[in-house]
Design a protein around this ligand. Structure first.
Ligand code: MFK
Length: 547
């Protein structure tokens, strides 16, 4: 027999090296480290063994919409492969949502949950998407709690697979994608109850039991969006006045059923104040944007582990790939970015944990609000570019479906779209910065980090970057068009600045050469922001885009 390439291996991400346990040690309280570490270590082995196979089965057997039964009766059944149900059961048993609400490790519960989610995601067939919306719904129900809602909540945070419910988040409509205010679904109030009618254009995970959705309601003679909780199925398991129009044929996330739905007067329970729907649903959005960031990070962390293993096995031009200087340079850079993403989500998890338990000050609250959209857009873009680079690093094998590598690239593209595009996230960063004292307070929070790090050329570069970003906002505070044009540049500068600080602090904590190299690699590759102004841009737009 001729040459046979040795296959690459799915390593145990937590035990492959000490990186994730060092990250845990840096961010979590000493008393929680061993409990969280042993759960991550156990789960990580499971994720690369039994759970991984569930993902491949689910991916190979995508959902099917069976609209009618054999007598022509409308049934709208979503036929799922049994592996999808098994992923539901694993999610419940492992407490992927529950950990965030049981709060067994106090302020570190979100950190525990997010690191576990990061390990789970690349084996989950995007079951993490319904979990993201479920977690967001749990937070809404926790904030707007009533006796009846406590029952829903207990299902949503259950670890019993037969009791565990997932929740959808139905927001996007034909007219209202990013601009949700254009939504056409209406809620009619009759005999003390609301009934919703309209079409929801993107409803991921139609296998859920409940959903959070928006509908227009009349408030003082004007139509305004309100938030509703909808029970999707009745006791028999059939849909409650909901028709499935079709399943979406998506670029990726093939195992996950995303549907177009027609609401034919489905009952909805008003959550929060009438007319405050957009504001109230942002609780779901902010949680699911953080999930998005964690899953994007998990994607590149797993793919990096795979290419590292492959590079140790594959030979070309007389030596292993890992021994080729240019291949080394490629992986060094992507590795620095992947590790920076791990720090980003860990810091946000830590802050979220503190904010939710009322243990954060206003500076940390401002930091979390501003850096939630920044994390979402930055990790999403990193995920798209790094997966593209690493799929390429596999050569032709990376383009062939049965290696399971192409899926990484297809799936990565959803991160920058799902729950708001990069531009929408950049504008949300501006929205967050312009509210109250957020700019100042968020900067004070970063200043607290800066003070812990000894001064050197790397810290200076980060300080200069953050100072320039702050001054640019100040200079353009009353020039909205300039602010909008520069919103992306600003968001990326803030992201690079935070990532640099976290890597610096981490290297100081571990004292390891590995981490000092990561700081150098990451910081030397930061490209300096170019702040375009309206004066620069107007002529260019007229002479190019509009000509
Ligand atoms: C995983 C697989 C996925 C499968 C495929 C899926 C493909 C993609 C499917 C999709 O369609 S995903 C797209 C989902 N859509 C979005 O994520 C919506 C994106 N748009 C936004 O996020 C807009 O920024 C938003 C709709 C929220 C803006 O709407 P408005 O009406 O212009 O908001 P406005 O008036 O600025 O804010 C209303 C209030 O909410 C304000 O509070 P106040 O009334 O107290 O001033 C804001 O401060 C507050 N707010 C807005 N965003 C917030 C927020 N508060 C906290 N956090 C936020 N993020």
């Amino acid at each position: 027999m001729g040459f046979q390439q040795e296959d690459f291996e799915y390593k145990d991400l937590y035990k492959e090296d000490t990186y994730l346990s060092d990250v845990l040690g840096f961010y979590c309280e000493k008393e929680n480290e061993s409990n969280i570490g042993s759960d991550l270590s156990r789960f990580s082995a499971k994720a690369k063994e039994s759970i991984l196979h569930l993902m491949w089965e689910a991916e190979a057997n995508p959902p099917v919409h069976r609209a009618f039964d054999h007598w022509g009766k409308r049934v709208d059944e979503i036929v799922m492969h049994p592996s999808w149900d098994k992923l539901h059961r694993v999610s419940a048993e492992e407490g992927i949502v529950a950990i965030g609400y049981e709060r067994a490790t106090g302020i570190d519960s979100r950190l525990h949950q997010f690191l576990k989610l990061m390990i789970f995601h690349p084996s989950s067939a995007f079951y993490t998407c319904p979990l993201a919306m479920t977690d967001g719904a749990a937070r809404v129900l926790e904030i707007h709690s009533t006796e009846e809602r406590k029952q829903y909540f207990s299902h949503i945070v259950s670890r019993d697979p037969d009791q565990f419910w997932t929740a959808g988040q139905w927001m996007t409509e034909k007219a209202g994608g990013s601009d949700v205010s254009l939504s056409e679904t209406t809620a009619e109030f009759r005999e003390g109850k609301y009934y919703l009618t309209g079409v929801k254009w993107f409803t991921s995970a139609i296998t859920a039991q409940v959903a959070m959705t928006l509908a227009q309601t009349e408030v003082e003679g004007k139509l305004r969006l309100s938030l509703f909780l909808v029970k999707i199925r009745n006791e028999k398991g059939t849909l409650n006045n909901i028709e499935v129009l079709r399943l979406k044929d998506k670029l990726g996330t093939k195992a996950m059923p995303t549907a177009e739905l027609k609401l034919n007067g489905v009952e909805g329970e008003l959550i929060g104040e009438l007319g405050a729907g957009v504001k109230n649903i942002t609780t779901v959005l902010n949680i699911s944007r953080l999930y998005n960031s964690v899953c994007a990070t998990g994607t590149i962390y797993r793919l990096h582990s795979l290419i590292r293993d492959y590079s140790l096995k594959r030979k070309a031009f007389g030596k292993k790939l890992i021994d080729h200087p240019l291949h080394q340079e490629t992986l060094l850079k992507t590795q620095a970015d992947a590790k920076a993403c791990v720090h980003f989500i860990s810091q946000l998890a830590k802050s979220l944990g503190r904010v939710e338990l009322g243990q954060a000050d206003s500076e940390e609250e401002a930091f979390l609000r501003v850096f939630t959209p920044v994390a979402k857009l930055w990790t999403a873009k990193k995920s798209v570019s790094i997966t593209s680079e690493l799929v390429e690093a596999f050569g032709g094998a990376g383009y062939i479906e049965d290696t399971h590598i192409p899926r990484f690239l297809r799936d990565a593209q959803v991160f920058s779209i799902w729950e708001g595009t990069t531009n929408i996230m950049s504008l949300d960063t501006l929205r967050a910065l312009s509210k109250d004292q957020n700019l100042l307070e968020m900067m004070n929070f970063l200043e607290r980090m800066i003070k812990k790090i000894p001064h050197d050329k790397n810290l200076k570069k980060i300080q200069d970057l953050l100072t320039e970003a702050k001054e640019w906002v100040g200079k353009n505070a009353s020039h909205n068009e300039n602010l909008q044009r520069g919103a992306r540049v600003l968001a990326f500068a803030l992201a690079d600045g935070l990532a640099g600080l976290l890597l610096l602090e981490f290297a100081l904590h571990t004292g390891k050469e590995r981490d000092k190299y990561m700081v150098e690699l990451f910081i030397e590759n930061i490209s300096w922001p170019r702040w375009n102004t309206t004066e620069d841009s107007k002529q260019r737009v007229e002479e190019t885009l509009l000509s």
